[in-house]
Design a protein around this ligand. Structure first.
Ligand SMILES: *Cc1c(COP(=O)(O)O)cnc(C)c1O
Length: 414
């Protein structure tokens, strides 16, 4: 009989086990739980954020600027930490704008994208002096009017809905009919319109997708973005100062997912740089990354409240669930539910450790509240900590905390 190996989660090295306990920020997780004083909580590791940015800088051409896309994790302390690491922030709401303006990041290194920006948001952004990624003709006209009213010259880039898309395992946000940006084929006319208005033209944003683990797909999208930018630059009212080529770097969440291979992406960008500098002298090329910067630096930590058996299956009922971590429950854009990496904080790792197949479920009275379905884990009891890895992005802020009225989790940076 041939045995089919089930795909496994990618090995995680970010949170080592010392004396049988998972460590974060050089501290046993059990001790951090005492420090926080409650479960559930999210914990993000500063040193891992720093290391990830350093790893990117080492792999990418030095001319490339790195922006952090704040929607991945808008926790103010984390955003402040990121301010010292990256070259700029990308925000997508007035709320995120307020968060980043409280940091040390200069306004000119902040860009504001997103469809349907309100008049109030646009006014605040112009007054703040951040770069606005205009997503429609209405926004361009509104920005020009606001500039007149406020006596300021709005900094404007044009967000393009490209005529290609990033092949990825996540959501597609470019190519075809989309609410994001202006269609590439309509961009020349809007660039001509910008030339007639009293605004400061900055450049282009070409975002083609998210969560790709396929280096070749990322490289293809980047090549397409450069080619599109070269074409559109001929219609621009002034030379491009900034070219945001999107991001889309993914992280491994599910069994069988592999880490994205940065080395070929770095080499490929390096090969493009001379052509970019020749076609667009003095342009700043920006990569905007969300989950790739923060996703692997975070844990969601819960405690087992009850251990139950039902018709031969074991359920660990924990004090956190989909109301705090929608993505891990499989309800944030996944088509087929798959398990995030989940494990107890305490595990000897020894070959003779008792393991069992369990489902980890939350306290919500709905069958959707599942953090791990039928996973083989070291045996855990009521009172033990269970963690969800890969939880630094699209965790708390992407979850319906009001659903069922349970308390909100804590959030700490260590
Ligand atoms: C959401 C978003 C990002 C971040 O995506 P990640 O997958 O977290 O890297 C970047 N840019 C834009 C325009 C986005 O909408």
């Amino acid at each position: 009989m041939t045995r089919i190996n089930k795909p496994a989660h990618a090995a995680q090295h970010n949170f080592p086990t010392v004396n049988g306990c998972l460590q974060i920020g050089g501290m046993p997780l059990t001790r951090l739980a005492q420090r926080v004083g409650m479960t559930p909580f999210y914990a993000y590791d500063r040193a891992l954020l720093t290391a990830r940015v350093a790893q990117l800088r080492a792999a990418l051409p030095r001319e490339i600027s790195l922006h952090y896309s704040v929607k991945a994790n808008p926790m103010p302390a984390l955003v402040q930490w990121m301010a010292g690491l990256v070259d700029g922030f990308d925000v997508a709401s007035g709320g995120e704008l307020a968060t980043v303006l409280d940091t040390t990041m200069p306004p000119a290194a902040i860009s504001f994208a997103g469809p349907g920006k309100s008049l109030a948001e646009l006014r605040r952004a112009v007054a703040a002096g951040v770069v606005i990624h205009a997503e429609s003709e209405r926004e361009i006209n509104t920005l020009a009017d606001l500039g007149q009213t406020l006596g300021l010259k709005p900094k404007v880039s044009l967000r393009i809905n490209p005529d290609f898309e990033l092949k990825s395992s996540g959501m597609k946000m470019g190519g075809g009919a989309k609410p994001f940006g202006v269609d590439a084929e309509l961009a020349p006319a809007l660039l001509a319109r910008l030339a007639t208005l009293d605004v400061e033209f900055h450049g282009l944003q070409i975002f083609s997708g998210s969560q790709s683990l396929d280096a070749q797909a990322v490289m293809d999208a980047q090549s397409s973005a450069f080619a599109l930018a070269f074409r559109l630059a001929q219609h621009a009212p002034s030379p491009l100062r900034s070219l945001n080529i999107g991001g889309g770097f993914g992280i491994p969440y599910f069994p069988g997912d592999q880490h994205l291979d940065l080395a070929p992406i770095g080499e490929h960008l390096q090969q493009w740089m001379p052509r970019v500098q020749a076609a667009l002298p003095d342009v700043e090329v920006v990569l905007e990354l969300g989950r790739y910067l923060v996703g692997e630096a975070g844990l969601y930590v819960t405690r087992v409240v009850d251990r139950k058996e039902s018709r031969g299956q074991v359920f660990l009922v924990v004090d956190g669930g989909l109301h705090h971590h929608l993505a891990a429950s499989g309800n944030f854009g996944q088509v087929i539910r798959k398990n995030y990496p989940v494990a107890p904080a305490l595990s000897t790792g020894a070959a003779d450790e008792v393991r069992e197949t369990v489902s980890v479920v939350g306290p919500l009275c709905t069958p959707l509240d599942v953090l791990a379905a039928q996973m083989e884990l070291p045996r855990a009891e009521a009172g033990d900590l269970i963690v969800v890895f890969q939880s630094g992005a699209y965790g708390l802020s992407a979850s319906p905390t009001a659903f069922l009225g349970h308390p909100a989790p804590a959030e700490v940076l260590v």
